[in-house]
Design a binder for this molecule. Structure first.
Ligand SMILES: Cc1cc2nc3c(=O)[nH]c(=O)nc-3n(C[C@H](O)[C@H](O)[C@H](O)COP(=O)(O)OP(=O)(O)OC[C@H]3O[C@@H](n4cnc5c(N)ncnc54)[C@H](O)[C@@H]3O)c2cc1C
Length: 480
């Protein structure tokens, strides 16, 4: 009996896809690649329950077959692509809301639910899950944990671990275990094994359910945009606002070039680019949220001291609203281009390094230098504040990539690698929201040194046969 027949016997043949035309769409995510770089898995399974996933992994464990879990397939570095074939677990069929506990402000969901589906379910209780990447309409809860992605509201609510209370995971032997601290907000008991899931890319286990902490929906939100002559001035300004005790809900620093990427609706309406002063090199989008009088007073203070930092408020509301709509409210469907005028021929590709607070501007210039060296057209850099009430960036260093040119795709990969390693030399990190995938796997030691061996040992503990998403984080070992 083939392992695929065993899978059908274990979970039902209606949940097992073998037809090449059905498997084809699972062969790529949103990472830059040439049209022929499709790597469809050998078989796709559509689980409904944790038990289904346990049965699948038990078959895979016995037979030594690779298993890759995926959600919306919008990862930007090939994390969910089954590069060694085998079984692909499509988690989107596990998208139920298990429990909304309004009194304790928690929700329990299956990991294939999208972040938007979670929010739709809790909205009637006047609660929301503030962990929101732009791709919330397609990004699944499991993937948000597995690639430790970032959020529009990170400066207030942090990244996924700030709202993850507990998670169920099926390990590489098929065992289901619960990690975390139930509905308590934190713990000092045991080792924090749940935290290992953040950024694990499905290499330690398949996340099947999660309990997430919710927040009350704020009554009002005000979004503004300010321009600065330098990026460093925007950083100093934010630092001053936090020192003053303000509670910022969202803060994103964009280099000037990047604005164009987000103002598609403005250009469509007016047939021109937004009018920004020629001297402006950086733009800060900033939001305050809460009760109206509190928001007004915080915003008032922020705008009052802006001049001390050479900043100027963007008065034309349409520019700000257009930016916010593109960033936050635009309905986004997978494989429908989000920024239609910018993505017809060339597509978006990015590196996601992190650098220390004081070196943002210096790193920005390096990004431009490296992109130009590799002859890539620059989209620009965003610095998203992702640490609650302090300045800690995740960076998106973005360029256009022409997928029709194998040479350009290769140059993009070299650009990505060079910038990732440079970030470590800047006393930073190679990745802040995409994780490592197979792209960074060959040189992960540059960042982690001797601790990489401890990581391998952790991987072995969860996945003794190395079947879970092989090739991601660590190059696959010979014979496996
Ligand atoms: C237009 C666009 C906008 C984006 N905006 C943002 C943004 O604002 N911020 C940001 O951080 N990212 C952004 N991204 C990148 C991407 O959408 C997110 O990182 C998102 O979390 C990926 O979710 P997904 O469900 O599509 O994951 P997938 O691509 O399907 O998977 C991502 C990784 O998670 C693993 N995985 C998935 N489900 C599980 C599971 N249940 N258990 C274990 N492992 C699992 C996969 O193996 C893979 O390694 C954007 C992408 C696009 C295309």
């Amino acid at each position: 009996m083939s392992y695929i027949d065993e899978l059908a016997a274990a979970i039902g043949k209606e949940k097992v896809l073998v037809d090449p035309s059905e498997r084809f769409v699972y062969g790529a995510d949103w990472s830059p690649r040439t049209p022929d770089e499709f790597m469809p898995p050998d078989v796709v399974v559509l689980p409904r329950t944790t038990k289904d996933i346990q049965r699948v992994i038990k078959v895979a464990y016995e037979r030594g077959v690779p298993v890759t879990a995926g959600g919306g397939l919008t990862g930007m570095l090939g994390g969910a692509v089954a590069i060694y074939g085998g079984i692909y677990i499509d988690m989107t069929t596990m998208n139920s809301v298990v429990e909304v506990d309004a009194k304790n402000q928690t929700v329990r969901v299956q990991a294939g639910a999208t972040l938007q589906e979670v929010n739709d379910a809790v909205h009637p209780y006047d609660l929301w899950l503030p962990h929101q990447p732009e791709s919330k309409w397609v990004s699944t809860v499991g993937a948000a944990i597995a690639c430790d992605n970032d959020s529009t509201f990170g400066v207030r609510y942090g990244k996924i671990l700030s709202c993850l209370l507990s998670a169920e995971v099926v390990t590489g032997t098929g065992e289901a275990i619960e990690l975390g601290h139930r509905k308590a907000h934190f713990t000092s008991s045991g080792y924090k094994l749940m935290d290992l899931l953040a950024g694990s890319e499905g290499t330690l286990g398949v996340i099947t359910e999660a309990t997430l902490k919710l927040e009350p929906i704020p009554a009002t939100r005000r979004v503004d945009m300010l321009v600065f002559p330098r990026m460093g001035a925007a950083v100093d300004y934010l630092s001053r606002l936090l020192k003053a005790g303000l509670c910022i809900e969202a803060a994103h620093i964009n280099c000037k070039r990047r604005l164009k990427f987000y103002t598609h609706s403005y250009r469509q309406k007016h047939g021109k680019d937004p009018d920004i002063p020629a001297w402006a090199e950086a733009l800060l989008a900033i939001a305050f949220a809460g009760d109206t009088d509190v928001v007004d007073s915080q915003r008032g203070f922020a705008l009052k001291i802006a001049k001390e930092f050479e900043a100027q408020l963007v008065e034309e509301r349409e520019i700000v609203d257009s930016w916010w709509a593109s960033k936050y409210t635009l309905e986004f469907e997978p494989f429908k281009q989000k920024w239609p005028d910018s993505q017809k021929e060339k597509k978006f590709g990015a590196a996601d390094p992190g650098v220390p607070v004081g070196r943002l501007e210096e790193f920005y210039h390096k990004f431009v230098e490296v992109a130009e060296k590799h002859r890539l057209e620059i989209i620009g850099m965003n610095a998203y504040l992702e640490h609650p009430n302090s300045i800690g960036f995740s960076l998106s260093c973005a360029v256009y990539v022409d997928y029709r040119s194998a040479d350009e795709v290769q140059r993009f990969r070299e650009f990505h690698d060079e910038l990732s390693k440079l970030a470590v030399a800047f006393e930073g990190t190679m990745s802040t929201f995409m994780s490592d995938t197979y792209q960074k796997a060959p040189y992960l030691g540059v960042e982690h040194g001797a601790s990489l061996e401890y990581m391998r040992q952790v991987k072995r503990l969860f996945d003794p046969k190395g079947i879970l998403n092989p090739g991601k984080k660590f190059p696959r070992q010979v014979g496996k």
